[in-house]
Ligand binder design. Structure first.
Ligand SMILES: NC(=O)c1ccc[n+]([C@@H]2O[C@H](COP(=O)([O-])OP(=O)(O)OC[C@H]3O[C@@H](n4cnc5c(N)ncnc54)[C@H](OP(=O)(O)O)[C@@H]3O)[C@@H](O)[C@H]2O)c1
Length: 341
């Protein structure tokens, strides 16, 4: 249902009744099992009112965790501005009910100080993010990707100082390997700061977090680090979106540089059709099965979904309400489908 005009929004009274919250590793922080990411569809090129409706729909369903990064848009920075605008118009009174994440690590501004993992970049980037989001602090600040050149001690030292400055309450890393994560956690620990969360990509089509010895999942579980997973629907491939072609209003059908028609391959569609049959037999949608499958991994705290319309958020949150754990037979059937060449 459409939300009232800016200034007239009142959150749903039952917003905490059906969402489940999971502890983020061994920290005190709890995250909703479904979080909302603002990477696509919340930029200055998008219709602001749709972005606002999606944010308020999420909040009404108990999604307290909103994931951002300095470069989300397009234009870079504009997703954080969109968030700041909705915070000002509708959510300001509820700041303490929100867990806000942002990141730095990818190319953000010209010159040697607007990319990767230097202390210079991370600290100034977060200051810019706070201004765009119109907040004094974020709840989680991530280093967005490993930097092969900057010493890890410097990057982790910047995260520790950001905590001490009160500009973030928790810190995390994203796209770090198992080995890099263990080293980052050790360095932070020596500085008296826990590594609270990791943000890896993980979905039925990309299971790298399970691979290796120790795997990233092993490292996270052993050390009590939480995980908020990105692209749990493989950017929409693990939904019914592309089963009958590529819709013009889909991510692959639009100008997105991260997923285009070439990424919607027949070999993926064969798998998704077979998975969709399992979902249908369980009374779930393909998206719901894909999210529930990720959430059944004990290392995973939350799935960060993307969306282009409020109805997708509603459907994805229903996963929590209706999912019955997969049986051993269903897990084996899913593995057979995923392992087919
Ligand atoms: N740390 C990192 O490096 C990193 C990288 C990427 C993303 N992220 C974070 O993760 C978040 C999620 O990433 P993502 O957008 O790739 O996630 P995703 O959940 O895998 O894909 C989202 C897309 O799936 C489609 N979709 C969602 N629910 C649907 C439903 N119920 N039925 C049909 N289609 C549905 C929509 O596509 P259409 O637009 O086609 O409708 C939506 O835009 C981002 O916003 C960002 O916060 C982090």
């Amino acid at each position: 249902m459409s939300k009232p005009a800016p200034g007239f929004y009142v959150p749903a009274a039952d917003r905490y009744d059906t969402m489940q919250y999971a502890r983020c590793g061994k920290s005190g922080l709890k995250l909703p099992r479904v979080s909302l990411g603002m990477w696509n569809n919340f930029g200055s090129v998008n219709v602001h009112e749709n972005s606002r409706q999606m944010l308020l729909t999420a909040f009404d369903l108990g999604i307290t965790h909103i994931d951002l990064a300095n470069n989300y848009g397009p234009l870079p920075g504009s997703a954080e501005e969109t968030f700041g605008r909705v915070l000002s118009s509708d959510l300001r009174a509820h700041r303490d009910e929100l867990c806000l994440s942002t990141k730095a690590g990818y190319d953000m501004w010209k010159g040697p100080y607007g990319d990767w993992g230097s202390r210079k970049y991370l600290i100034s980037s977060l200051d810019h993010s706070l201004k765009r989001m119109k907040v004094d602090y974020v709840d989680i600040f991530y280093h967005h990707r490993p930097d092969p050149e900057t010493p890890l001690d410097e990057t982790m030292g910047a995260l520790a100082d950001i905590i001490r400055q009160g500009k973030a309450l928790y810190v995390g890393v994203s796209n770090y390997s198992a080995e890099q994560t263990a080293r980052a956690a050790d360095i932070l620990k020596s500085m008296g700061v826990p590594l609270t969360i990791h943000q890896p990509r993980y979905n039925m089509l990309d299971r790298w977090v399970e691979a290796g010895s120790p795997s990233l999942c092993d490292v996270l579980l052993e050390r009590g680090i939480g995980a908020a997973v990105f692209s749990p629907l493989a950017q929409g491939l693990l939904t019914d979106r592309y089963l009958d072609g590529i819709p013009a209003d889909s991510r692959a059908g639009g100008p997105c540089v991260f997923l285009n028609a070439n990424g919607v391959t027949e070999s993926i569609l064969v798998k998704v059709r077979a998975l969709n049959a399992i979902a249908a037999a369980r009374g779930e949608t393909m998206a719901q099965l894909a999210l529930a499958w990720v959430l059944e991994n004990p290392a995973i705290t939350s799935v960060i979904i993307g969306a282009s319309r409020p109805a997708q958020i509603v459907q994805n949150v229903q996963t929590i309400q209706k999912h019955v754990p997969l049986t051993d037979e269903e897990k084996a059937a899913i593995n057979t489908i995923l392992n087919e060449k």
